[in-house]
Structure formats: structure tokens, C-alpha cells
Ligand binder design. Structure first.
Ligand code: GTP
Ligand code: NA
Ligand code: MG
Length: 345
């Protein structure tokens, strides 16, 4: 299950932005879930992960193929959700440092806000490639929506009033971005996506722009980041969160970036009282297109291939440190090397 067949692994994208710009709602629309409605105060407080299989991507990519043809040669797409609330900047840093490509969500009605600026700084500092989702286009005056349609098509189908409203608002955002030194271009006319940041108009409420967003992500990662997302043997896995999971005790949610992990593998990771060595008791994932941070049904695996979000159940994880690197510890040599790395982290 989920084993990559071609030379590429699933790209990892992280969704960043100011609080309430619509990050989780956009993911809900792609997943067909209601995660956002279940959040306390509608505020995301944890890092999440969702896997989208190639089959789903292909269904969406068809909707843009006339004007923006993209081959889907990745096995899927892994999207990391992050909180926009100012108090979670550590989680934004963690999420963005793990991704291949970031999606910065900007509310078309509000333009650049505090955590938009913080995210831009973070991305610039780490040289993380990113694209912009210009969200809430459905709030333009007289907007006529068509569920889950291409926003490129939909923008052409609006009234004159609506187009004027949209154009003045999008221009304000583009000007604000230019003032900060970021040059952007709408994805359908962006001939140099490594110089100009691609902008994708979206709506998390109507799903308009979802096909466009997925097309741009797949194209960007599989064309410009081909080397970065090649399947690699070298094990690379990070602990995203530590939490108690019903029926499993203390577990860790991890992001497997490269390599593979098997049930019964020995692992080593940083703990508050020193390195923890333990054995994988269960390797779990949510179903495809389900959010890992939401309580639900888990699939048990014997082996998991990168890239994937997974939950590990094992003895002794109570002291595990979220945000740290995890290593395989099947041989004494593995253990010695990893202990050094952990002690120097
Ligand atoms: P945090 O994770 O807390 O930072 O917020 P978020 O960016 O995930 O935003 P969230 O999905 O919680 O959405 C915030 C509010 O905006 C909710 O009431 C959504 O229904 C609304 N919203 C999100 N996207 C859209 C959109 O495209 N159009 C409109 N009209 N409302 C939206
Ligand atoms: Na929110
Ligand atoms: Mg959210």
C-alpha cells in the first residue's frame, strides 16, 4: 500500500497563513471533510497531515488541462496543515521546515496580515519555495459560484461589477507583496515560476480553485523539484506531535520524508530524559484523504514508504520530544550514530 512505483515520492506541502484565512477549510473541501467545524473556536492548534492519492489528483487535474496541462507522475500528495494563530509560530516553523513546497494562504478581503508577514519572512529565510492561494474569492460582490470548478474559468464567468471588485482587491494584495519585495504572477500567465511566485485564486467555501491549486502544486514539484522528490533509501523521519491515542497509549505522529519503516523496527529519538530506544508496536495511518490529527479509524501497516504521515505506537514514548528527528536503531552501529546525532541536536 502507498509504495511509490515511479522514481518520485509524494511531494510534501505545508499550508501556512494568518489565522482564519481559510487553510483548514480549503483542505476540508479537497478531503470532503468537516475538520474545521470540529475545532475549538474554529482555531487550529496542532500540525495535521493528510495524504491525497494520485487518483484524486488526476480527477482535479483534468479540470485545468485545457489551459494548464500537467502530468500526474507523483504517487500522491502529502499536505501539512498548520495553525495561523500568533502563539503557534513554533509549529509554523516546524511545518515549513519539513516541506518541499509551501502554500501561503492570503485572505483576498484582508490582504497581508501579521502572520502572513511572519510566514513570508520564514519562507524567505529558509529559501522555501512557495505559491500563494488568494482565498475567499467568493466574497467579491455578485459572485456566482460553481462548486469545485476551476477558478481560472470561474473568474471569466462573473459580472462586470464582480470583475471590477475582484480586480481592485487582488491589485491591493499584489501591491502589498511588491512593497515587501515579492514579485508574483497569476499561475496561468507565469512563464517563470522560479522567479515569480504563482498566485492561485481560491475559495474554501465553494471549492473553486481547488483544481487549479492542485495542478500548480503537482506541476511545480514534479517539474522544478524533481531531484528533491526522487525516491531515496536514506531514512528521514521527524516527530510532529506526541499525543495519547485511544487504545494505543502515548503515540507519536511522524512525517516520513524518505526511506521506509517496518513494524517491529527498533527506533531511537530524542526524549526529555535522554535518547529513547524502543520498538515499533504498531504503524498506523488514517485513511487516505482523512486528517491525521482528528480521532478516527486507523489502518495498520507492516511497512510504510515515504513520503507519508504516520502514527507510531511503542512503549516508552511519554518523554518523546516533538519536533525532533527519529532514526532507525536496528544495529548497534545505527544506535551509536543516532545517539551522537541526538546528543548534538
Ligand atoms: P487557523 O487554522 O485557526 O489559523 O484558521 P484557518 O486559516 O484554518 O481558517 P479556517 O479554515 O478556520 O476558516 C476561518 C473562517 O473563514 C471559517 O469561518 C471559514 O468558514 C471561513 N472561510 C474559509 N475559507 C473561506 C472562503 O473561501 N470564503 C469564505 N466566504 N469564507 C471562508
Ligand atoms: Na480558524
Ligand atoms: Mg486551520
Amino acid at each position: 500500500l502507498y509504495k511509490p512505483v515511479g522514481e518520485l515520492r509524494s511531494p510534501i506541502c505545508c499550508i501556512l497563513g494568518h489565522v482564519d484565512t481559510g487553510k483548514t477549510t480549503l483542505l476540508d473541501k479537497i478531503r470532503n471533510t468537516n475538520v474545521q467545524e470540529g475545532e475549538a473556536g474554529g482555531i487550529t492548534q496542532q500540525i495535521g497531515a493528510t495524504f491525497f492519492p494520485a487518483k484524486k489528483l488526476k480527477e482535479e487535474l483534468i479540470k485545468t488541462q485545457q489551459f494548464y496541462p500537467v502530468d500526474c507522475n507523483v504517487p500522491g500528495l502529502l499536505i501539512i496543515d498548520t495553525p495561523g494563530h500568533e502563539s503557534f509560530s513554533n509549529l509554523r516553523t516546524r511545518g515549513s521546515s519539513l516541506c518541499d513546497l509551501a502554500i501561503l494562504v492570503i485572505d483576498l478581503m484582508h490582504g497581508l496580515e501579521n502572520q502572513t508577514l511572519e510566514s513570508l519572512e520564514l519562507l524567505k529565510m529558509r529559501k522555501t519555495p512557495f505559491i500563494i492561494a488568494l482565498n475567499k474569492i467568493d466574497r467579491c460582490v455578485e459572485w456566482k459560484n460553481k462548486k469545485n470548478a476551476s477558478s481560472y474559468h470561474q473568474l471569466q464567468n462573473q459580472t462586470k461589477n464582480c470583475k471590477m471588485d475582484y480586480e481592485s482587491k487582488r491589485q491591493q494584495v499584489i501591491t502589498q507583496l511588491a512593497e515587501k519585495g515579492f514579485n508574483v504572477a497569476f499561475f496561468w500567465e507565469n512563464e517563470d515560476p522560479k522567479t515569480y511566485i504563482s498566485v492561485v485564486p481560491t475559495s474554501g467555501v465553494t471549492g473553486e480553485g481547488i483544481p487549479d491549486l492542485l495542478s500548480v502544486i503537482v506541476k511545480y514539484t514534479s517539474v522544478f523539484m524533481k531531484n528533491k522528490i526522487k525516491v531515496k533509501e536514506q531514512f528521514n523521519c521527524t516527530v510532529l506531535e506526541k499525543k495519547v491515542t485511544e487504545g494505543h497509549g502515548t503515540t507519536i505522529d511522524c512525517l516520513l520524508v524518505d526511506g521506509q519503516i517496518k513494524k517491529d523496527d527498533k527506533i531511537i529519538l530524542a526524549g526529555f530524559q535522554g535518547p529513547i530506544i524502543t520498538k515499533v508496536r504498531a504503524l498506523l495511518t488514517p485513511h487516505p484523504m482523512k486528517e491525521m490529527r482528528v480521532k478516527g479509524e486507523y489502518i495498520h501497516h507492516d511497512v510504510i514508504y515515504a513520503s507519508m504521515g504516520l502514527k507510531i505506537s511503542a512503549v516508552g514514548l511519554e518523554e518523546a520530544m516533538a519536533g525532533s528527528q527519529m532514526y532507525l536503531a536496528n544495529t548497534q552501529d545505527d544506535i551509536d550514530k543516532a545517539t551522537d546525532l541526538i546528543n548534538n541536536e
